[in-house]
Every structure is written in C-alpha cells, then in structure tokens.
Design a protein around this ligand. Sequence first.
Ligand code: CA
Length: 468
Amino acid sequence: MAQVTVSVGSVSAVTADDGSYTLGEIPPSASVLLSFAKSGMVPQSRGTAALAGSGASTVINVPMLPVAVTESFDPLVAHDIVVPGSTAMVRLRANSLRRADGSAPTGPATARVTPIAPASDINVMPGNYLAATDGASAPLESFGALDASFVDADGAPLNLAAGVDATVRIAPSSRSDSLPPSVPLFHYNTSMGLWVQEGSATLQGTAPSQYYEGTVAHFTTWNADQIYNTVRINGCVQNSAGERVGGALVATEGKSYTGMASALTNANGEFSVQVKRASSAFVIANTATEVSNAPTVSVGGEDMTLGSCLELTRSAVSVKLTWGTRPLDLDSHTLGANASEHVYYVDKGSLAAAPFIGLDVDDQSSFGPEVTTFAKLARNRTYRFYVDNYSETFDPGQTGSPARIEVSNRGAQTVFTPPAGETSSTYVWHVFDLTTDASCNATVVPVQQFLAGPPAPVNTDDSAQYCN
Ligand SMILES: [Ca+2]
C-alpha cells in the first residue's frame, strides 16, 4: 500500500508505490514502536526489539485494514453504527460525544467503524499481542476486536464525554474451539504499544450471529482478549553451515489460539519464547534476509526444548504460505529450473542438490505455514509458484481464507493475496513466476490467476546451469 505514513517518534517516512519503506537513524532504545497511518485505513502499530547495533536493520511488514463503515449522523440523538454483514456495532447515547477540549461537536459527526478479525490473519491486530501488567507485559489471545473513531464537521476528533458510556459489540474471531462466555475488554494504548484491560464483555446471541457486548468509556481499538498461562519453548537457531545465529527473531503463533509471542536469540543462538500452555502453535525464526523452517509443536503444561535447531537458509528466495482455518489443506507447489522438477508435498526437494529448492513441511491442518526455500538459482530460467486447494472446499476457498504469500527475493519483500476470479472449480492459484537472468538475478513476475489445474512448466529441458 502506497502513501502510508510510517513513524517512530519524530522520524517518519511514506511508503513507496510498492508499499515499501525505510526508516533510518532510529535512536537506540530498549524497544521501538512503529505507527502506520493513512486516510481511510485503520491505524496500525507494531513494536520491535532494539536493533542489535549500528548498521543493523530489521524488517517490519504489516497489513492495513480499510475502514469498514463511514457514516455521518446527528450526534445530538442516540445512534447505532451497524457494520453490514457482521455482528459488530457501536451504540451511542444522545449527545454523548465531545471534542478533546470538552466542547460540543460542530454539525454532523462522522463515525469510522471497523471489525478486526485476527483468526484468519493474526497480523491485522495493532500491537504485538501484549497486555500491560504491573510494570511489565504479558501475552494475550484475542477473540475479536473493533476499531471506532469519530470526528465532527470540522474534522476535530470526538470521544465520549466524561462520565458517559457507550456499548460496543465485537464480532468473535478465534482459532480456539470454544468461545468463553465472558472475556476482559482491552483498549490499545498507542504510546505504550500495549493493550490495557478495562471492563469486560459477555458473549451474546446465537451462533453464527454471536457477539461480545461490553460497555466502554472512550473510543479506541477495543479487543475481546484474555491473558493466558504460558510455558516456554526453548531452542536454538543456526544457519545452513551449522553456525549458531544471534539476534534472530523467533516467534510463536497459535494454531489453537489467536495470539503470538516473540524473542531474540542470544549470542549463542539460543532462544526462550512464550507459548500458551496446553496448545498447538508453530515456531519460526527470521532475520532481515533469512527465514527458517516452521515446525508445529504441541505443548502441555511444561516448558519444552526443540529437538533440533531452527535452521535459517541463506536463501536466494523464500516463499511463505499462510492461510486461515479453512480450507484445512493448501499446498505449495514450485516448478523448478529443470523441466522435470516439481517441488511439493510428495517431493519436498533438496537444498543441497538440484533442484536446490526445499519445502519444509506439508501442513494439512489450517493456517500453515509452509515455507519454500530456494538455496540456489539457475541462469535464464522461469520458475513457477502456485497454491493448490487440496481440500477442494470453498466455505471459504482461498480468497476468503484468506491465503497469503510472502516472497523474499534476496531480502526484497513482495506480498500476494488471492486475486478475484476464484470459482468452485478453480483449485489452483498461480501466484507468480520467478525469472532469472544470466547472472541468476531473479525477478518476481506476478501472475495472479485462478486456474482449474496446474500451470504448465516453462522450462523445456533438464540442463539447468546454477550460479554458486
Ligand atoms: Ca499442505
């Protein structure tokens, strides 16, 4: 997304046409909080750990959500802002909004209300799934959230008058098998980058038209959340030469809950990262240019240690596929530099020999991820990458899932989401081709088509010449 203002304190940048940005000269500190803003979009926010030293860099990618409902209304009368196709709602009392200085709004007010559904894409939530606790922070899981903001006819921000409340309904969105009957409400503190507990919400209505309803005293992003009991996953990160890697970002992301946590590896390449007790989650390590395999782990009531190090590949290209609860099984497919090479769940390839492409896992139980790594590239070839809806279910299919592809081409990031045109007979999403020149420099060529069957290979022989 172009023209997004990204800021850290007084340092800011605007995203380019391809959505990329670079913030330089970030002062060293314990943590850095980035804010992302664009008219018509829900504000985003993300914290990152301190940059390891001068010259170090880190990659922070965030999705932005468009505002779902923009509605003009008379603030002097009671009013409901309803989100079509959702149970999300804001219910205002008459004459309940005030400007920041306490004065009454001028003319009609404008509401901007957006449901946030983290179960399908965990990254749409502002912040890092951390709640403020006594002087510290604790990881939390979400059951859905809602962003609401108001301005008057002059564009002045409005909020609830002192002592006046409003009702919010949050549409449930969770990876958990069950929704708790009551959950705490948290609001997002944009200066701390933490969620702050304030009140609670109760589950009402009948599935699939349920909602969490609660009372709030001000407007911001409201989240139906709970802090969970944690255990730790301990392990190590190494590169493909077997050397330990310090400063790598290791993250856990819930598959049986909607939350995530992260930690950096120490100088010995060791990490200890939180995960919800008695849960299923996956673990993945990243540096600015490398991504690891992403094993799924089931944890019980005790800390656990991974049996082998997460392995970063100093890859030319990596492709990460993630999706939602349904379909249960999407599959990554890569057509390699030789005409006979097809890397997928039956033949996961090799990083050490041709095709020099490896698929880490075949995830068959929602969300992914599946990571495809290109260790070496061949000269003057066309690789193809596509995603197959192996489940052949369309409730939803790939478009509604929503599936997502993150490509890193020697550190340059490209993100794909499904294009229009999916039907109940199009199982294959042909995402992109990767073309190489005589020096094995690669170009990501978007294709973005839904097909009834796999695309044909472009390469016609098995004599690929690889660069070192
Ligand atoms: Ca799969």
